[in-house]
Design a protein around this ligand. Structure first.
Ligand SMILES: NC(=O)c1ccc[n+]([C@@H]2O[C@H](COP(=O)([O-])OP(=O)(O)OC[C@H]3O[C@@H](n4cnc5c(N)ncnc54)[C@H](OP(=O)(O)O)[C@@H]3O)[C@@H](O)[C@H]2O)c1
Length: 245
C-alpha cells in the first residue's frame, strides 16, 4: 500500500499527465497543476478520484504561494515534487525576442526555481524533488537557444540544492527526456510538416525504432520520486531511447 502524496507541476498533458496516471495506478495521491482551466478539468476527470488539480501559473510567485498554501491546508506535507511545467517555442538565435526570452525563462527556470524554494516548508523528511530538463542541455539542437539555456540553468541548480537542503532530507535528481511525442510540439510554433519530420527523424534513427512517448518517462520519474532512489543525489537519467548515443 502506497501512501505517498506527490505534486506534479504541469500535469495536465504530455509527460506530466502520463506520470500522474502512472503514479495513481501505484496508489500514490497525485496533485497536478496547469494554467489552462479546460486542460486541468479534462485531466482531473480522466485521472479520477485520487487526483486533485489546482490552476496555478508557475511563472507567478504569488500563484506558487497560493498553491503551497492550498496544498498545505488540504494535504499537509508532501513526499515528492516533480518540477515539470515547461514551454518550448521554436526560434533561431537571431530572431529570439525579449518576450520569448522572458516567457521561456519565467516558466522553465524562474518558475521552477521558486517552486522548489516555496515548497520546502511542506516537503517531508525524507522527500524527493525531480527536475525535468532535456537532452538539449548536452546535445545542440537548432532553434532552441533560450529553451536550452533555461534547462541548463535548471540542471545546474540541482547540485546546490542537494547540498543546501541535505539537512532537511530533501534530495534532487534529474530526468532528461529526449524528443518525446507530446502537445509541446504543436504549441511550439513549428509547422505540422516540421513536426512530422522531427518525429520521423527521431523514430527512424533511434535504437528503439520509435519515438519516445510520455508513458516511457513515467516509470523513471516514479523511481526517482520513490524510496527506491533514496540514496541518489543529482543523478541524471536520460530517457531518449538511445538517440544521443
Ligand atoms: N516533449 C519533449 O520532447 C520534451 C523533451 C524534453 C523535456 N521536455 C520537458 O517536459 C516537460 C513537459 O513537457 P511536455 O512535452 O509534456 O509538454 P506539454 O504536453 O505541453 O506539457 C506542458 C505542461 O506544462 C504546463 N504549463 C506550461 N506552462 C505553465 C505555466 N506557466 N504554469 C503552469 N503550468 C504550465 C502545461 O499546462 P497548460 O496546458 O495548462 O499550459 C502542461 O500541463 C517540459 O518541461 C518540457 O520542457 C519535453
Amino acid at each position: 500500500m502506497n501512501n505517498k502524496t506527490v505534486v506534479i507541476t504541469g500535469g495536465t498533458t504530455g509527460i506530466g499527465f502520463a506520470c500522474a496516471a502512472y503514479l495513481l495506478d501505484l496508489n500514490y495521491k497525485v496533485i497536478i497543476t496547469g494554467r489552462t482551466k479546460e486542460n486541468l478539468e479534462k485531466a482531473v476527470s480522466k485521472l479520477g478520484e485520487n487526483s486533485t488539480g489546482f490552476l496555478s501559473d508557475t511563472s507567478s510567485l504569488s500563484a506558487i504561494d497560493d498553491l503551497v498554501f492550498k496544498i498545505k491546508n488540504e494535504f499537509g506535507k508532501i513526499d515528492g515534487l516533480f518540477v515539470n511545467a515547461g514551454i518550448f517555442k521554436a526560434s533561431n538565435f537571431e530572431g529570439t525576442t525579449e518576450d520569448l526570452f522572458d516567457d521561456t525563462m519565467n516558466v522553465n527556470f524562474k518558475g521552477a526555481f521558486f517552486t522548489v524554494q516555496k515548497f520546502i516548508p511542506i516537503l517531508k523528511n525524507p522527500s524527493s524533488i525531480v527536475l525535468n530538463t532535456s537532452i538539449v542541455v548536452f546535445k545542440a539542437f537548432t532553434n532552441t537557444s533560450v529553451y536550452t539555456a533555461s534547462k541548463a540553468a535548471l540542471e545546474s541548480l540541482s547540485k546546490v540544492l542537494n547540498i543546501e537542503l541535505a539537512d532537511k532530507g530533501i534530495r534532487t535528481n534529474i530526468v532528461s527526456p529526449g524528443v518525446t511525442e507530446s502537445p509541446i510540439q504543436k504549441k511550439s510554433g513549428m509547422t505540422d510538416t516540421a513536426i512530422n519530420e522531427l518525429l520521423n527523424h527521431f523514430s527512424s534513427t533511434s535504437p528503439i525504432g520509435r519515438i519516445v512517448q510520455p508513458t516511457d518517462i513515467a516509470p523513471i520519474v516514479e523511481f526517482l520520486l520513490s524510496d527506491k532512489s533514496l540514496v541518489l543525489r543529482n543523478e541524471k537519467i536520460i530517457v531518449d531511447g538511445g538517440t544521443t548515443l
